[in-house]
Write a protein that binds this ligand. Structure first.
Ligand code: SAH
Length: 231
């Protein structure tokens, strides 16, 4: 990946750099939910990054976290949270723990977060990151998140932070009536962020924006590649 200087904290310090990022990239780009804004101000994104990337923590870009995976861009994290319309009492399933950052932001906005990751080394790092910022309402598990987390279902909201070719059936089955699921659907390199609502009659579906997440791998996603691809 090409190094870039955008968002470099320079002499600002992390707290100031985070405030600036939230002002410009979150509020400036139309996020209005005050609870989401507060959570984005609160969670120290730099504590979820590999050491060499600390200086880029408050730029509005996805960044590599190892194993070919990425931490999501801050604006997208805020957008996803706002689109879930959380009130604070929800039980949430996240598929794709990655660095743990999205889970930490969700933890400020909901009651409990259950997050599933398929790569052991990432999950171990994420757990350390989450403990370090005292996110005790985030439960994590190593498994194929396409199957959800059956023992904890049903969920008020489900957030899939990896792109899938189609909707994994076990996930919609684990969504409460009245619940919302967000999932990037489409090709490996380009998806549409899709919002699914479970109603008493079935499901409604709406496309929110174009997006580009890493692939959901496994039985309900894409076939795993031999090596991570960076092209
Ligand atoms: N939410 C993360 C970003 C995750 S990137 C963050 O805030 O940092 C997507 C993650 O989904 C990757 O870590 C990848 O390993 C994971 N993933 C892909 N397929 C998965 C599956 N079937 N089950 C669980 N995790 C999966």
């Amino acid at each position: 990946m090409r190094p870039h200087r955008l968002g470099s904290t320079g002499s600002l310090g992390y707290t100031r750099a985070r405030e600036k990022m939230v002002q410009e990239e979150v509020i400036g780009r139309g996020i209005r939910d005050p609870r989401v804004i507060e959570a984005m101000l609160k969670v120290p994104r730099h504590l979820f990054l590999p050491e060499g990337l600390l200086g880029q923590a408050y730029g509005d870009t996805a960044l590599p976290i190892g194993d070919g995976q990425t931490i999501t861009q801050p604006y997208m994290v805020a957008f996803l949270c706002e689109a879930l319309a959380l009130g604070g009492t929800e039980k949430i399933l996240e598929v794709g723990t990655g660095s743990g950052y999205q889970a930490a932001v969700l933890a400020c906005l909901a009651d409990r977060v259950f997050s599933v990751e398929r790569i052991r080394s990432l999950l171990e790092k994420a757990r350390k990151n989450l403990d370090r910022v005292h996110c005790h309402n985030v439960m994590t598990k190593l498994s194929d998140g396409g199957y959800g987390w059956k023992e904890e279902a049903p969920f008020d909201a489900i957030l899939v932070t990896a792109g899938a070719p189609s909707i994994p059936r076990p996930l919609v089955d684990q969504l409460k009536v009245g619940g919302i699921m967000l999932i990037p659907l489409g090709e490996r390199k380009a998806q549409r962020l899709t919002r699914i609502r479970r109603t008493s009659h079935g499901f409604s579906r709406e496309e929110l924006m174009e997006c580009n997440f890493v692939s959901l791998v496994g039985e309900h996603g894409w076939v795993q590649r031999e090596k991570p691809s960076f092209d």
